[in-house]
Write a protein that binds this ligand. Sequence first.
Ligand code: FAD
Length: 288
Amino acid sequence: MKIREMLQKDYVTLSFEVFPPKTEANFQSVYQAAMDVAALKPSYMSVTYGAGGSTRGNTMTIARDIQDKVGVEAIAHLTCVGATREDIRQTLKELQEAGIENILALRGDRPKNFEGEPFIDYHYASELVEEIKAFGDFCVGGACYPEGHVDAVNKKADIANLKKKVDAGCEYLTTQMFFDNNIYYNFLYRIREAGITVPVIPGIMPITRATQVKTACALSGCNVPERFRNLVDHFGENPLAMQQAGIAYATDQIIDLIANGVRHIHVYSMNKPEVAAGIQRNLSEILK
Ligand SMILES: Cc1cc2nc3c(=O)[nH]c(=O)nc-3n(C[C@H](O)[C@H](O)[C@H](O)COP(=O)(O)OP(=O)(O)OC[C@H]3O[C@@H](n4cnc5c(N)ncnc54)[C@H](O)[C@@H]3O)c2cc1C
């Protein structure tokens, strides 16, 4: 099933994200954790892609197995940094053969230790979106940044660029994490005003370890509200309490989104079945 069809339904969907193994040494444990998340039967799942193609085969294997072995629809992420047109066409052919119908098209970032020119045949995700749409019958999504992308000159320019991605054929958007829902509501208002009408799925990141805050925010440049900082200060040194508090905070964000009419929520559960299950449990009546 194409994700665009699911996004038209009049019920709440909750999707989870996992990442593929990066090395053969950790293949089994990472694979198993991804499958354990899938076993919770979310509405659909998405599987990340190592920029530069480092996890190409494993992204495909996990996405295919989530569909074939667990019966949950999967989105394969795909980045174009460091890729030639030929690389992308070959990957699209393999995705088609694996029965993957949904792709999240991304530019990606220059991988660490990458030598040479990272943007060869593609400079922006919008060009990848065009390539995928021309290649075959995929449903294509893209990323967006309620607080602005770190490379963007300003938010207005970022939204104008986002419009180009949607005009290129991007059918829905998933947001970068945010910890204050007002940032999402504000962003939604601004992009609707700019003529972007596709569904915008909020991406919620349950922070369950204090160290995660620093890494996540350094990478994304997202704002950490005082309410959240207090929680990390208070529970950060007690791993179980921090996990419980992080799940509760993410649940609270999701409930507020649903109460404000948002129907589709994506959770950056990564490969933590206990976190994904905790959120699902907290929403059991709401998701019925
Ligand atoms: C939901 C989500 C999932 C992600 N999954 C992955 C993953 O699996 N693997 C991974 O490696 N990374 C992933 N990322 C990170 C992403 O690859 C990086 O944030 C990357 O820096 C930007 O990718 P993009 O697709 O948003 O790029 P783009 O949409 O190309 O935007 C990148 C920058 O270029 C600017 N821009 C776009 N078009 C133009 C134009 N025509 N002219 C001038 N400027 C332009 C934009 O304003 C922005 O500043 C994900 C991010 C999100 C939010």
